[in-house]
Design a protein around this ligand. Structure first.
Ligand code: RP5
Length: 276
């Protein structure tokens, strides 16, 4: 019952573009499933202007030329997804979103991301867990520093690259200090603690024909040694980076897309492991 993908948690509700000029059609809970016929369903048809300029990261405007939906590299973690027989548009496996076409996503069908969850115990109070969080520059929300998997890139490379770009502003090897920092991050990322999730993300950019899927991986720095010298410096997609306390009891503890669910999974894993 994706909520963010229906604009239910956007301010104002159903707004899709940051300038609030594009809005989704409203989809009540009862109309989400494609199994329920909704004869008067009229989603907003929207494709961000940048897509018409055919950027390298995006598919062609018309999906009719795409012949490999449901085949590598366009498979879905959710299983086989439908493809409309007339338009050749993939169909969102979680149901209606109130918007058709790609919105601002590049790929028709699944768009793959990777999310690194870097956790430690709070130095001043070991009972409190903390994770590395950024503030997104587009929506202003607190977020895990993940990102899109580049074409042909493996997920573990994306996890490290996105973390370095978003939390240490490292796009390519640069100064000696950056090289030293990259070595520290590599040490942590060379030994993932646990893969927590692979699947659909309730992302506010999803549409009826394009959606986010991710792999969320936990990197738990049990005794704080590997992360103690991290020197954060927000990259282009973030306005700030910090260690954020996990505070499920706090109503204000909200995260972008499905990321709060991933933090819950991480905490459960740590609590259930012998190490805790
Ligand atoms: C979310 O969007 C994924 O979980 C991932 O964190 C993110 C990737 O998009 P950008 O942060 O690169 O915009 O759905």
């Amino acid at each position: 019952m994706h909520l963010k993908a229906r604009g239910l948690e956007t301010t104002p509700k159903y707004s899709y573009s940051t300038d609030n000029t594009v809005f989704r059609a409203q989809v009540p809970d009862s109309d989400v499933s494609w199994d329920n016929a909704v004869p008067d369903y009229t989603p907003t048809e929207y494709s961000a202007p940048v897509l018409a300029r055919n950027p390298v990261w995006a598919d062609p405007m018309d999906p009719k030329s795409i012949t490999n939906f449901n085949e590598d590299p366009r498979t879905s973690f959710t299983g086989v997804y439908g493809v409309d027989a007339d338009t050749n548009r993939p169909i969102n496996p979680l149901g209606r979103t109130g918007m058709s076409n790609r919105g601002c996503l590049g790929k028709w069908g699944p768009n793959y991301a990777a999310d690194p969850i870097v956790m430690r115990r709070k130095p001043s109070d070991a009972k409190v867990l903390q994770f590395v969080a950024i503030t997104r520059s587009d929506t202003g929300e607190l977020d895990i520093p993940g990102g899109m998997v580049d074409f042909g890139e493996n997920v573990s490379a994306t996890l490290k690259r996105e973390f370095l770009e978003e939390t240490h502003n490292i796009l390519e090897q640069g100064t000696d200090a950056q090289i030293a920092m990259e070595a520290l991050v590599s040490k942590l990322f060379d030994s993932p603690t646990q893969q927590l999730y692979r699947g659909y993300v309730d992302d506010p950019r999803n549409t009826d024909n394009s959606w986010l899927e991710t792999t969320a991986t936990l990197f738990f720095d049990e005794n704080g040694d590997l992360t103690k010298d991290f020197a954060f410096d927000a990259g282009d997609d973030a306005t700030s980076v910090k260690w954020c306390d996990v505070e499920f009891e706090n109503e204000e503890f909200k995260l972008y897309a499905s990321h709060k669910d991933f933090i819950e999974k991480a905490v459960k894993f740590i609590e259930s492991s012998e190490a805790f």
